[in-house]
Ligand binder design. Structure first.
Ligand code: AMP
Length: 283
């Protein structure tokens, strides 16, 4: 595995791959099995896998957890190597943002709900860094987790808008045995919060069941979810149902829907979702 920290070295390294397809896995590090699933899918579909680890300051709000975001480069290097990553790109902030931007990327659609609404500017930061990374890596395919479904839909639109010749590949959410979605932020949960957190997924499944059983009243569905969430309801940042991937209000319950929850714990904000399509086990 080549460990690369500069744009210049990355350019040389990518050039030296000459022929062969490139699968790209952008991450913020502190790797877990969710990230590893992206690497495995990328490996199975490409000749080379490039992974980036970059905690992008542009996508964190002023009161968010940029400094508390967990990091462990040594462990990440070992895991990436074991998984067979070919090139690991670990730039520092000045490598990605050498000068203040003259041109900014602003996401127009899908940002009036969920994390777009709760984290103003977050998806502008995500789209900006991905556009930069896509240009540096020039991958054939790029891999994203369904856990961040709003990000996934926004990246698909970015690629379509700017004719980027990159196929965006979705990977299903990898979970702990008790259903909690794997996340780098789980390490910042207290013992009690960690015990409680699997209820988020249980609540999503209760809502999903309601919809698959044919309930078409949003208030009833969300009440069912809240019933399962119990006392966690007090910590809920959002709980909502939309059509997917438009993130518009539901007008037709036979379409693909997304049921999404964010919970703000003391030092970790957790998000999770279920994609739901009536008549299909997995949307
Ligand atoms: P992050 O390092 O949290 O920015 O995540 C990097 C990529 O891994 C994103 O595409 C995420 O959606 C994906 N990812 C994070 N957690 C999971 C998970 N539990 N299952 C599948 N993919 C995930």
């Amino acid at each position: 595995m080549r460990i690369i920290r500069t744009r210049q070295e990355l350019h040389q390294s990518i050039k030296s791959l000459e022929t062969g397809s490139i699968g790209f896995v952008p991450t913020m590090g502190y790797l877990h099995e969710g990230h590893l699933a992206l690497i495995q899918k990328a490996k199975s579909e490409n000749d080379f896998v490039v992974m980036s680890i970059f905690v992008n300051p542009l996508q964190f709000g002023p009161n968010e957890d940029l400094t508390a975001y967990p990091r462990d480069e040594k462990r990440d290097l070992k895991l990436a190597e074991e998984q067979g990553v070919d090139i690991l790109f670990l730039p520092n902030v000045s490598e990605i943002y050498p000068v203040p931007l003259s041109t900014t990327i602003h996401v127009e659609k899908r940002v009036d709900v969920l994390d777009g609404e709760k984290r103003p500017g977050h998806f502008d930061g995500v789209a900006t860094v991905l556009l930069k990374l896509f240009h540096l890596v020039m991958p054939n395919r790029a891999y994203f987790g369904q856990k961040d479904a709003q990000q996934l839909a926004i990246v698909e639109a970015l690629v379509e808008d700017y004719f980027l010749p990159i196929a965006i590949q979705r990977v299903e959410t990898v979970r702990e045995a008790d259903g909690l979605a794997k996340s780098s932020r789980n390490i910042n949960l207290t013992v009690d919060e960690r015990k409680e957190a699997p209820i988020i997924h249980q609540a999503l499944l209760a809502g999903k069941k309601c919809i698959l059983d044919g309930v078409e009243d949003e208030t009833t569905i969300l009440a069912e979810v809240q019933k399962t969430l119990g006392k966690v309801t007090k910590k809920v940042d959002y709980l909502a149902l939309y059509e997917y991937p438009s993130f518009k209000a539901v007008t037709d319950f036979s379409r693909t829907l997304i049921l999404a929850i964010a919970v703000q714990y003391e030092k970790a904000r957790l998000i999770d979702n279920e994609l739901i399509k009536r008549g299909e086990e997995n949307a």
